[in-house]
Design a protein around this ligand. Structure first.
Ligand SMILES: [Ca+2]
Ligand SMILES: [Ca+2]
Length: 278
């Protein structure tokens, strides 16, 4: 009679890809063992690399969820020797970057040349960003940070302008967004810089409303609120900064209805709008 004494742990190889993948993929495990032979192979999948393999491996395992970030496994031989747990980082990103162009506005006619684009690019895995002002013929790369509203210095021309932004993530998912706008400086009378980029939200508003706008130079703005009959309810002076400004105003003290706001700055700088108070 012959006895085998097996003190050697099994080994297991995998075919998990090391780079970012943009679509579902399978992982195949191939265990082997000297002497007593492989009894079982177990695996687990987790987002934080803290799982202990507990699922019996029976064939290729599909990775289809972007939250699946770690694939751990080990094999056991017939003599009860366990292989140390192997942890593989898996990288699946099926979601292209999201691009928003806040300014200039689509199809809005501008009375003066536009020299900036305001945008936000969002992706958990953002790699590179570029823009083009000639419909993709010339690419200009720029550094980009996911989720941050940012500004590009671009130069518009008299007539039609088409500006595009492109973004790619590390899994080579590609997105693009473009804005088309005409510029007519010939017939422009006076420049109203407050209107070049101006946003109020939310509207309707129940309490805090937010005004966002750009100024070419620092200046004091007179901010007023009127009711629908024209009665002034508020007037205050706001120090406007060159560049981006954000001002919050609490409408909760007013009854439901329609209100008019007005910003007045340097000559020609007037912006009015309607707010619906819920
Ligand atoms: Ca063995
Ligand atoms: Ca992505």
């Amino acid at each position: 009679m012959r006895f085998f004494i097996d003190k050697t742990s099994p080994t297991t190889s995998d075919n998990a890809p090391t780079g970012w993948q943009d679509s579902n993929f399978n992982i195949t495990l191939t265990p082997s063992d000297a002497l007593s032979g492989v009894a079982s192979t177990k695996y687990c999948i987790s987002s934080t690399n803290d799982c202990i393999p507990n699922i019996e491996y029976s064939g290729p395992v599909s990775i289809s969820n972007e939250d699946e970030k770690y694939f751990n496994y080990f094999s056991t031989d017939s003599a009860g020797n366990n292989q140390p747990i192997v942890s593989k980082e898996v990288k699946l990103d099926k979601t292209p970057p999201e691009i928003q162009i806040h300014y200039p506005e689509e199809n809005k006619e501008y009375k003066s040349l536009i020299n900036k684009m305001v945008y936000t690019i969002t992706d958990t895995n953002l790699d590179s960003c570029w823009h083009s002002i000639d419909e993709g013929e010339t690419k200009q790369y720029f550094p980009c940070t996911s989720g941050e509203q940012d500004t590009l210095d671009l130069s518009s021309v008299q007539g039609e302008n088409i500006w595009s932004i492109y973004a790619s993530d590390y899994a080579t998912n590609l997105s693009s967004e473009e804005v088309t706008f005409p510029v007519d400086t010939v017939n422009a009378v006076e420049e109203t810089t407050l209107e070049d980029y101006f946003k109020f939200y939310p509207n309707p508003v129940s309490d805090i409303g937010n005004f966002e706008f750009y100024l070419k130079s620092p200046q004091n703005l007179r901010f007023s609120v009127y009711d629908i009959t024209g009665k002034q309810l508020e007037q205050r002076v706001i120090e406007g900064n060159a560049g981006e400004n954000k001002i919050s105003y609490d409408f909760s003290k007013y009854p439901a209805g329609i209100y008019i706001y007005r910003f007045k700055g340097l000559e020609g700088n007037i912006k009015t709008g309607r707010v619906v108070k819920k």
